[in-house]
Design a protein. Structure first.
Length: 338
């Protein structure tokens, strides 16, 4: 069972330059949250701050009654065991085979006998569809497999909170669809609290329960998926719908002149696209944290864009339903070397 992470007024700067300031959000127990933002807005810095690898200038990160930035090294070491982190490139040791990479945290943090280590490693490799790749070195497998090996390693200590740094970067759309399905299935099985950093809009639109957007050194918005996908707030609307028109320019923010010219030219924003259905676990069962489609909109008197929550809503050129049509057990088999 996951735990809640409550971030309050978090601020981080490097050499006097703020990366982001006054970030407050709550990752609800067992839910999947996505953090979006243009490159360089400090998404990776945020994850590293959450696990205590970087110290914030100000603010709190509450896990139960413990405030991470205020813990002693010793207590922080304890709390870190609650976290599983999948770093951007998998962060595997290049000279160790996949088995030893995945076993590493167990050998480092526990005194389990090798027979138990083996059982756990096999179980996690199976969860991510990597059984059979134990003897390979990271350099001998594809980028997608490295990410899944990194994920298996993040899972071996049975974390309550799992952080993913761009799990989909560098993957083709099909592999991204598989990985997203894997994330949903893992959430169902582990009931851990998930935070996924991504800039894949399709992932953000279909996978999470909650979405946050970092922009211009602030958290522009954080809340339920339906709230952001129906939002008219210009930055949120532009980013989540991948539009050119809006406050975000090619290089960070558009200046006042550009925005004025845009307004004067009378260009109209395209209508909000339908809110797609959320990706479902592949075994057909529910996730504990799942909410019925449209509930947030109904509860808040918001009319979702026409066509929302229909199974075959087109999303960025493909179908939201596509990704869970693969029968379970077929995950990645074609990718595992014999
Ligand atoms: N250890 C560090 N020291 C100094 N600056 C850093 C460090 N880590 C990241 N930064 C800076 O913080 C900003 C945000 O980086 P990052 O979190 O990697 O962005 P994102 O993951 O959103 O692309 C960048 O300007 C980066 O150069
Ligand atoms: Mg990053």
């Amino acid at each position: 069972m996951g735990v809640e992470v409550r971030v309050e007024g978090l601020t981080k700067s490097f050499g006097g330059h703020p990366v982001w300031a006054d970030v407050s959000l709550t990752l609800p127990v067992g839910e999947i949250s996505v953090l979006l933002g243009p490159s360089g807005t400090g998404k990776s810095v945020f994850l590293k701050t959450l696990v205590g690898l970087l110290k914030p200038d100000r603010g709190s990160i509450w896990i139960g009654d413990r405030d991470l930035p205020r813990l002693s090294e010793r207590d922080l070491y304890e709390v870190r065991r609650l976290f599983g982190v999948l770093f951007q490139d998998g962060a595997l040791f290049g000279s160790m085979n996949i088995y030893d990479n995945v076993a590493f945290p167990l050998r480092e943090h526990t005194r389990k006998p090798e027979s138990q280590v083996r059982a756990i490693v096999q179980q996690k490799l199976e969860m991510v569809g990597l059984l059979g790749a134990e003897d390979k070195l990271p350099g001998q497998i594809s980028g997608g497999m490295r990410k899944r090996a990194g994920l298996a390693r993040a899972l071996v200590l049975d974390p309550e909170i799992i952080l993913f740094d761009e799990p989909d970067s560098g993957l083709d759309p099909v592999r991204t669809a598989y990985l997203n399905q894997l994330i949903i299935d893992l959430n169902q099985q582990t009931e851990a609290t998930f935070l996924i950093v991504t800039h894949d809009i399709n992932t953000a639109r279909t996978v999470p329960d909650n979405i946050g957007l970092l922009y211009h050194a602030h958290l522009a918005m954080f809340g339920p998926r339906e709230m952001l996908l129906s939002s008219e707030e210009p930055v949120v609307r532009q980013f989540l719908n991948a539009q050119r028109i809006g406050p975000i320019g090619m290089a960070e923010e558009k200046d006042a002149d550009e925005l004025e010219a845009e307004a004067a030219s009378g260009v109209e924003l395209p209508p909000l696209p339908p809110i797609p259905s959320q990706l479902q676990p592949s075994n057909g069962g529910p996730r504990r944290a799942e909410r019925p489609p449209g509930q947030w909109c109904r509860d808040n008197g918001v009319t979702p864009p026409p066509g929302s929550f229909e199974m075959n809503t087109p999303v960025a050129g493909r179908h939201a339903a596509d990704t869970h049509e693969y029968p379970p057990g077929t995950l990645y088999q074609s990718e595992v070397p014999s």
